[in-house]
Design a protein around this ligand. Sequence first.
Ligand code: SAM
Length: 290
Amino acid sequence: MDKLYSNATIRKIKEEHNFRLSKSLGQNFLTDGNIVAKIVDSCEATEEDLVIEIGPGIGVLTAEAAEQAGKVVAVEIDKNLIPILKETLADYPNVTVVNQDILKTDVVKLIEEHGQINGKAPKGVKVIGNLPYYITTPIIMKLLEDHIPCDSITIMMQKEVAERIEAGPGSKTYGALSVAVQYYCEVEYVTTVPKEVFHPRPKVDSAVLRLDLRKEKPVDLIDEELFFQVIKGGFGQRRKTLHNALTGVHGLSKDQIAEVLAAADIAPNRRAETLSIEEFARIANIIAGE
Ligand code: SAM
């Protein structure tokens, strides 16, 4: 058989299985072995680790991950890909494919049910994936908010989303997503991926990020939910000053927000896009303490 990551193989699989690529499921398959290796190598899985893959497609990343990790559990929503994966991954007994929607999957349970390596719990858990672009943000936020027991998430996404995630204060692309992801993870930009290495070609370039889950959060919070409310409120109306944008958050009046900002030593005419995570935390903790 040709290499799995090639246009020829994809064409052959389409023909033999009467398989049609689904645009609405974000099916842009990788055709470049270097990128496949780069993503899997970046996650640094060992024989004692479990890899959870989101959206295996025809299994290019899955096969590569199965060579390195003790076990791979791949979650694929498209039932038409299941018989194909059975064939393409036949040589890898350490792979389990589940036909599920990742957004509806209890990942903690998935790890308990399928994650054992030689009857033992895995040493580490790494998530990988070439994500369907239409739900990149919901997938990332679900994994983080569900507090799944994993060490890192190495994923490919639209380049523009990767730039938003890694942006810092003062940057145009800095927003609620940057703060939320950076609160949970250390973000590393692994590589840019040109659109030419996909079948079919998407309209935009992609990028791979590695998100390392923090053992300790970068700020101490009295109320995590309130912190996220402040971030949402602040960025919800980007053009407004903090004083105006935060009015109404946690039911606070304009005067009360003025008092909170004064206590936090943050000028009321600043905008959310200039605030560091630490400054958002200061505001949230003052509101929580009142
Ligand atoms: N990993 C393959 C590759 O790199 O060639 C395929 C990547 S393709 C961009 C995204 C994959 O995610 C597709 O196989 C698609 O069917 C699957 N997918 C889309 N939505 C999903 C969901 N909600 N849950 C699980 N898989 C999903």
